[in-house]
Write a protein of this length. Structure first.
Length: 348
């Protein structure tokens, strides 16, 4: 270490280790490069050249999010290679619902003391998420802040920018009564409700290496299953089918997210049980002694993403999604305004 870095190291920050960490992740970042990236990581900002030949009236769409307390389970199980996929998914899926193509992603990793093994696993997940999303990991920040986080813990946030032609923005404006609501399968809990999940896990006495009830997988695998990224499905369908509205089922579940794409005078009736509900959802409900209405307010309950299409397109959409490896079901219909001010009604 040079004398220039000694004082900072004594304060708890190893700038040379941070530099080596950046060098170690460059190959992972390079794997995410897509057309438009014109510089490597290490500069003050990431550079991306937008291809205007493919767009008539480009509109940029941006989103930011984190992973929430799911991170606590990554700490508990000391497994960090999938949490980066969650980070990418939470922002990318929000960009997708407006019909945008994800262009690039930036991440922010903050920790008390940088653990390079842990950091490399995190970035590996972020890079894998970007590959799944078809976007570039354009840059990021690793902040080492002594005494700010407990040993071994960190926080993550992410930022995605996408683009869509103005005429192709999906905002729910074309949704009409009797349109069909298609539900796309989630991969599990995704990244919401983990404050409750962690409490239930503690109460249950289950350990990370135990087999999760109703499955053949370990508890840590089920609970850390990364959030599904829907880029391939959305972009594949939008090439030749008019998707009228889309919703990412995150915090607030069905009751808060579906109304975000319904204009005044419209409602949604959902046929509960028209899709497969994963074992982890049944476990959460039973452990928490909850009813399904409460579950549907908090969790995705097996549906991570929703599309609204014309009745004549429903069968083809479900068939094509299945062909892409994403189970999908016709789970409901668009109605007129519902009684008592409700926007979403669940038929049990």
């Amino acid at each position: 270490m040079t004398r220039r870095g000694e004082a900072y190291q004594q304060a708890g920050v190893d700038t040379e280790k941070a530099g080596r960490f950046v060098e170690s992740i460059k190959s992972m970042v390079a794997q995410t490069h897509v057309k438009g990236v014109i510089n490597d990581i290490g500069g003050f900002g990431g550079l991306f050249k937008l291809d205007m030949n493919e767009l008539q009236e480009p509109v940029l769409v941006a989103s930011t999010d984190g992973v929430g307390t799911k991170l606590k389970l990554a700490f508990l199980f000391d497994r960090h290679d999938t949490i980066g996929i969650d980070l990418v998914a939470m922002s990318v899926n929000d960009v997708l619902v407006q019909g945008a193509k994800p262009l690039f992603f930036l991440d922010y990793l903050a920790t008390g003391k940088l653990d390079t093994r842990q950091g490399e696993e995190i970035v590996k997940g972020v890079a894998q998420g970007c590959i799944q999303a078809g976007c570039a990991l354009l840059g990021g920040e690793t902040a080492e802040m002594p005494d700010f986080y407990p040993p071994g813990e960190y926080d993550l946030s992410g930022f995605c920018v996408g683009v869509v032609d103005d005429s192709r923005i999906v905002d729910g404006g074309e949704i009409r009564r009797d349109d069909v609501i298609i539900g796309l399968a989630s991969s599990g809990l995704h990244s919401n409700g983990f404050s409750l999940v962690r409490k239930l896990l503690t109460q249950s006495g289950l350990k990370g290496e135990d087999i999760f009830p109703g499955t053949s997988s370990e508890v840590r695998e089920v609970l850390l299953q990364p959030t599904r990224i829907y880029t391939a499905e959305v972009k594949g369908l939008m090439r030749d089918i008019r998707i009228k509205g889309m919703a990412h089922i995150t915090g607030g579940g069905f009751y808060d997210n579906i109304p975000r794409i319904l204009h005044r005078g419209l409602g949604a009736r959902i046929n509960f049980g028209s899709w497969d509900i994963p074992p982890v959802m049944h476990w959460v409900r039973e452990q928490g002694r909850m009813n399904w209405e409460d579950m549907l307010q908090i969790f995705n309950c097996g549906i991570g993403y929703v599309m609204v299409v014309s009745p004549g397109d429903s069968e083809e959409v479900c068939s094509r999604l299945a062909g892409m490896g994403c189970p999908a079901w016709e789970i409901g219909r668009i109605t007129g305004a519902l009684a008592d001010g409700d926007t979403v009604v669940m038929d049990f």
